[in-house]
Design a protein around this ligand. Structure first.
Ligand code: MET
Ligand SMILES: [Zn+2]
Ligand SMILES: [Zn+2]
Length: 387
């Protein structure tokens, strides 16, 4: 591998090794690292701390036409937790196997993308390229826990409004095929916790209306159950002879942007947590009251950014698929809420999607190829001179 590619990979490994795992991410360590990267390519660095301990890092590459609205390249710094003993490589180790795969939490979601933005800018700066539009690069906290203290705060701020952003790029998903996936909208995330109470009693007794029975009737629904809790676990070998008086389950619900949210909540209350079955519920809605046109970014020829994005990827030797609705959620929803076009795009092809999974990896070759995609995209976006 060429020397400069080695250096690129080693910077990526350094970033992957910083512990930004929820729920205790070391955001300052990440900010310091990004600061050094920014200095090495002469980008302006500004940490913004709306919430103590949760800096948003804002970098700027100034364009020659400040009157033109700018480009925003966003990535989140935090990653989800892992079960290290179930991985074949340490999740914060960034080890490279004999096939050139880099293993770490964040290789796909989405420390790769953040560093690829910077590496693409590094290449463009080195080549002498001068952008017309300014480029902002943000490294934000807390996406994996809903983003309220991250992009949620940022888009509401005066600083954000003063940036005059035209278009946002944020994370997408790896594609198992040659074509890159692009997302112009996303499902709306809700977390639902339901609880049943019921008669406790001797484990041998058969009776109606126990908490477990009341809960069981609700959990055969077609959304993913992500936790289940009831009773007192018994040490091995002991008889389990208590019927619990409380039972709880949690669900991860992802709603298509076309769904009727009012009807859904009503149904959920009536069918999944009926008072008649001694049930109650808590619902966390992360939908930010999005509505109408804020939900989707234009994906036809009337949106010049979509046309530019496709062409830029093609010119760099890649292909894009038709835009899709992201099955989970990203910070893009806050940018769309703020009225901006936002595309979910992670330049990762020919790779299984391992977000939030064991053994998350990205191959060195795919990572390097993705940087060239961004070189092409950033060039196309920043040289687009129409207001
Ligand atoms: C409810 S916010 C969750 C954010 C995370 N990216 C997810 O889709 O699971
Ligand atoms: Zn994630
Ligand atoms: Zn993510």
């Amino acid at each position: 591998m060429a020397l400069d590619s080695k250096a690129i990979i080693s910077r990526f490994q350094d970033y992957l090794r910083i512990n930004t795992v929820q729920p205790n991410p070391d955001y300052y360590a990440a900010a310091n690292f990004i600061k050094l990267q920014a200095q090495s390519i002469s980008l302006q660095y500004q940490p913004i701390e709306f919430v103590q301990g949760k800096p948003i890092v804002l970098l700027k590459w100034a364009g020659s036409e400040p009157s033109l609205p700018a480009i925003l390249l966003n990535s989140h710094v935090d990653v989800v937790p892992f079960e290290a003993e179930k991985w074949d490589h340490p999740p914060l180790g960034a080890e490279i196997d004999e096939d050139g795969r880099i293993y770490a939490r964040g290789t796909q979601d989405m420390k790769s993308v953040g560093m690829q933005y910077l590496e693409a800018i590094r290449k463009l700066v080195a080549s002498g390229y001068k952008p017309l539009r300014s480029v902002y690069v943000t490294f934000v906290p807390d996406e994996e826990i809903g983003g309220a203290d991250g992009v949620g705060r940022f888009v509401e701020s005066e600083i954000f409004k003063s940036l005059s952003i035209a278009v946002v790029l944020d994370e997408g998903l790896p594609s198992p095929t040659e074509s890159y996936r692009v997302f112009n909208g996303e499902r709306i995330p809700w977390s639902l916790q339901i609880k049943a109470v019921g008669q406790p009693g001797h484990g041998s007794k058969l009776y109606d209306d126990s908490a477990s029975e009341n809960l069981t009737k609700s959990i055969e629904i077609s959304v993913n159950m992500v936790f289940l809790k009831a009773g007192t676990p018994s040490p091995d070998g002991f008889v389990m002879n208590l019927q619990p008086s409380e039972a709880e389950a949690g669900f991860d619900i992802r709603i298509p942007p076309t769904a009727d949210l009012v009807a859904l909540e009503k149904r959920l209350v009536e069918e999944w947590a009926p008072v008649a079955r001694n049930m109650s519920y808590k619902l966390w809605r992360f939908d930010q009251n999005l509505s109408g046109k804020q939900l989707l970014t234009g994906n036809d020829n009337s949106n010049p950014w979509w046309v530019l994005l496709q062409n830029a990827v093609n010119e760099a030797g890649g292909k894009t698929s038709e835009p899709e609705i992201f099955p989970a959620s990203t910070d893009s929803r806050y940018f769309r809420k703020a009225g901006l076009p936002a595309f979910g795009f992670s330049p990762i092809s020919n790779t299984p999607s391992l977000l939030h999974d064991h053994n998350e990896y990205l191959s060195q070759a795919e990572y390097l190829k993705g940087i060239d995609m961004y070189v092409s995209i950033i060039k196309a976006f920043t040289s687009y001179s129409s207001p």
